[in-house]
Every structure is written in structure tokens, then in C-alpha cells.
Design a protein around this ligand. Structure first.
Ligand SMILES: *Cc1c(COP(=O)(O)O)cnc(C)c1O
Length: 444
């Protein structure tokens, strides 16, 4: 560790544990009220509304090319399900209590690409396609967007490229949607990306370039190649506000699901949301949206692997993306492929600075155990990365730091009314033989 960097850091004791590969929880000492935190951010509710309206304009097109979205009329949305058996299983197996009700937001089952990236990734591709079509006088916002499925539009988009760097799922969302629209799409895949994801993408018509290196390298090369080509657009997972807004729309959608299911979130009924974090765009966007709607009544925790806790080291040290996990002697390697990121997004770190309640880290072996738990208790399949989310509700009432948080926030008496939502970030596209392999993976 660079001594000068180390001297600038907050939370040194905690970061020593992080360096030693220990499981930790960090509670955000910089948390502010939503009323104070939200106006500091350049993006607003109006931007979320704009993103939602854009997705609505594209619904007729999505419905046409992905008929599986028919139940949602061309919107890409996932089920929200109470998981009582899982709650019981976790309480028993981990000797914990989860006061209130436990639900699952199943972005694992989002149409088209089976992960949370179907929100931000697909949204950004659609926005880019819309921008191109409008600037070339082929489209007005009032048109019927099913025209995007026409031969004429496909031919037009074939003159343009879209590129992205990915650990897997972002590449799948960008790749599938770009290819359907007719773009020449190039996905730069890090070494962590699973083979089946690369195979699937190639089958759908995307060009896949493989790297023997981590996510940051794949992004770096992808960005450089794209910037050198005027016909190419780069989806920048580290800095994209567009991507972020696509994720943020989730908050509007889940609010509606709460209403439909008679779930009240208010001062007496706190909401706890736990989201696995990689570079930060997906969990950050969802968290930002939730803060807009539920303010101080929502408490958001991210979850990261002990060997790749990039957001944790950035936020706890206060140095954000100036530090990466390798600075702390960590490998950055993890079985949680969707979370295998060494350096967090500086943009998201800044947005979350005063909004995030905290971050948990966990060792890799838990994610397979938790995956077996959710399969066996609820017959819901999630990919291992997504199962990191369950670590939040398991640890919340066990860890002294989060117990102190609950006390300090005046929530102790309200916990029996709490709603806990682990955010299941991916899984439905995992092939049967890989699921079988995961079911038999025991790291400890
Ligand atoms: C991408 C991903 C995440 C995290 O999203 P980031 O934007 O990288 O933070 C979590 N889980 C899964 C399964 C993912 O694919």
C-alpha cells in the first residue's frame, strides 16, 4: 500500500480487516437525510420520468420483437414475491432473525437478458437508437416505435457500431438488444465472464472479444477502440448517466408493485433493500430511484465479495475511485462473476456518498449455499452473484454496526413492520447444465 494514500484514508481499522480478506460491514458515517442528499445530485426525478416515458415509447417495438414481454405490454419488468420459506430457512441456518417480511425482487427473471442489466443496458441502447433515428429525420417521438423492427431501420443501424466492456451480463443486454436493432455490436469480455454467456452472445449475432484480464482492462480497450471510430458508440458502465437512469426506473415500477400488493412504506414501516454491487451502476441507479420515492424510509445496503469490494474500499476510505481493491492486496477475483470489479464507478460513489446506509462483504462460499437455499425453499433459481443479496438480511440484526444503525435511526420498535428486499440481480438464462454444476459447488 502506498503510504501517502493510506494516510488520507478514513476507517483504517475496518480497511485493515478488508485487506485481510475478512467479512465486514461498513455503516456510512456520511449518510444524510434524503431532503439534504437529493438536491446535491445533478440527476433528478424529472430525468427518471423521462427515462420511463422513453421505455413506454419503445414498448410496441419490444412487444413485437420479444413477444415474451406481452404480459407487461412490452415493458421489461420482473416479479416481486414474498419468500416466507426462504426467510424461515435463513433464520434457522444462520441463527439470525429477520424481523418483518422478506420479499424478493426478481430481476433474475427480467425478459430478454435475465438480469438487472436488462434495465440500464437495454435502456441505453434504445436511447442511442432513438437519438440516431431522430437526428437523421427518420423518427418523431409521436411515431409508433414498432417501426424500429422494420427492414429500413435495421439497414440504417447496420452502419453504426455499439461497444461495451463487461463481466458478462451487461454485455448480454447490450449485445442482444443492439443485434436485434441491426447494430454491429462488439462486446469486450473480461476473463471472469462465463463461457456460456460468450457463446450465447455470438449466437445472437454479437462480436465477442475476450481478454485475459479483468473488467477494467476490457473497458479500457473497448473505450479506446470505440473512441477512435466515429460510427461507434461506447456504453460506459463506469460513467454513464443514461445507464444509471435506466436502472432508476425500477423504483417507479416497484412502487406500483407495493401498491398492488398492499404494502405500505412509511415512517412506521421501513424498507430495507440489499443489492449486490459490481462497478456500482445498477445498484446505484436503483438506490437513487428508491431514495426519490421513499426518502428516509428506505435503507439501502450494497453487498460485495471479500476479494472484490471495490465500492466498499472507495466509500469507506473516502477516496472513491482513486483506490482499487488491488491497492489493499486483494485479488479482485471471485466466483461472483457479476461482482468481479476492482475499481468502482466514481460517478456512482459520488451519488451514493450521502444516501447509502452501508455495505456488507461476504466470502464466496456463501453464495452457493444461499443459491441452494433459494432453490430448495422456493424453487427460484438465481445465479450465484445475485445470491450475495441475502447476506444483508442475514447480517442486519447480527452485526453490532448495523444493530447500532437501527437504534440510532430510531427503528428498533418498528422492525416488526419492516419490509426486506434482497434484489436478485440475475439468473434465468443460466443453462441447465451450469445450474447443475453450481448446485454441486461447495467451496467450504
Ligand atoms: C452487473 C451485476 C451486478 C452489479 O451491477 P453493477 O452495475 O456492476 O454494480 C450484480 N449482480 C449481477 C448478477 C450482475 O450481473
Amino acid at each position: 500500500m502506498d503510504q501517502e494514500l493510506w494516510n488520507q484514508m478514513n476507517n483504517k481499522e475496518l480497511l485493515k480487516d478488508v485487506s485481510n480478506g475478512k467479512e465486514v460491514v461498513w455503516v456510512n458515517e456520511n449518510l444524510k437525510t434524503a431532503e439534504m442528499a437529493l438536491p446535491e445530485i445533478e440527476v433528478t426525478m424529472k430525468d427518471i420520468d423521462d427515462a420511463e416515458a422513453r421505455l413506454a415509447r419503445f414498448a410496441p417495438f419490444i412487444l413485437k420483437v420479444f413477444p415474451e414481454t406481452a404480459p407487461e405490454n412490452g415493458l421489461i419488468e420482473s416479479p416481486f414475491t414474498e419468500i416466507k420459506k426462504m426467510k424461515h430457512q435463513l433464520e434457522k441456518e444462520y441463527n439470525t432473525t429477520i424481523p418483518g417480511r422478506l420479499f424478493l425482487k426478481q430481476d433474475s427473471h427480467l425478459a430478454i437478458s435475465g438480469s438487472i442489466k436488462a434495465r440500464g443496458g437495454i435502456y441505453e441502447v434504445l436511447k442511442h437508437a432513438e437519438d440516431l433515428a431522430i437526428s437523421h429525420n427518420m423518427l418523431k417521438e409521436s411515431d409508433d416505435y414498432s417501426i424500429f423492427a422494420s427492414k429500413e431501420f435495421k439497414e440504417f443501424f447496420s452502419k453504426f457500431k455499439i461497444q461495451v466492456g463487461s463481466t458478462g451480463n451487461l454485455g448480454m443486454s447490450i449485445g442482444i438488444m443492439s443485434a436485434v436493432l441491426g447494430f454491429h455490436v462488439i462486446v469486450h469480455m473480461s476473463a471472469d465472464a462465463k463461457q456460456w454467456k460468450k457463446d450465447l452472445l455470438r449466437k445472437r449475432g454479437a462480436e465477442v472479444i475476450e481478454y485475459n484480464d479483468d473488467y477494467s482492462k476490457a473497458v479500457e480497450v473497448g473505450r479506446k477502440n470505440s473512441d477512435a471510430d466515429p460510427t461507434s458508440y461506447f456504453v460506459d458502465d463506469e460513467n454513464s448517466v443514461t445507464l444509471f437512469l435506466g436502472y432508476a426506473v425500477a423504483a417507479k415500477r416497484i412502487k406500483k408493485q407495493f401498491e398492488e400488493q398492499g404494502i405500505v412504506i412509511d415512517e412506521e414501516h421501513p424498507l430495507f433493500v440489499y443489492i449486490p454491487c459490481g462497478v456500482g451502476g445498477a445498484p446505484g441507479g436503483v438506490a437513487f430511484g428508491l431514495k426519490q420515492f421513499f426518502g428516509d424510509n428506505v435503507h439501502i445496503f450494497f453487498v460485495e465479495p471479500t476479494q472484490a469490494p471495490c465500492m466498499l474500499v472507495g466509500m469507506a476510505s473516502g477516496l472513491q475511485n482513486k483506490v482499487c481493491v488491488q491497492d489493499f492486496g486483494l485479488t479482485g477475483q471471485t466466483h461472483a462473476d457479476g461482482l468481479a470489479v476492482g475499481r468502482a464507478s466514481g460517478f456512482v460513489g459520488g451519488v451514493m456518498k450521502h444516501m447509502l446506509s452501508g455495505i456488507f462483504s461476504l466470502e464466496d462460499y456463501h453464495i452457493y449455499d444461499l443459491m441452494r437455499d433459494i432453490v430448495n425453499s422456493q424453487t427460484i433459481f438465481l445465479e450465484p452473484s445475485a445470491c450475495a443479496a441475502f447476506w444483508g438480511p442475514i447480517q442486519l440484526m447480527k452485526e453490532p454496526a448495523t444493530k447500532a444503525y437501527i437504534e440510532k435511526m430510531g427503528l428498533s420498535q418498528k422492525m416488526p413492520n419492516a419490509i426486506h428486499v434482497p434484489w436478485a440481480t440475475g439468473g434465468s438464462l443460466v443453462p441447465a447444465e451450469i445450474r447443475e454444476e453450481y448446485m454441486h459447488t461447495h467451496l467450504k
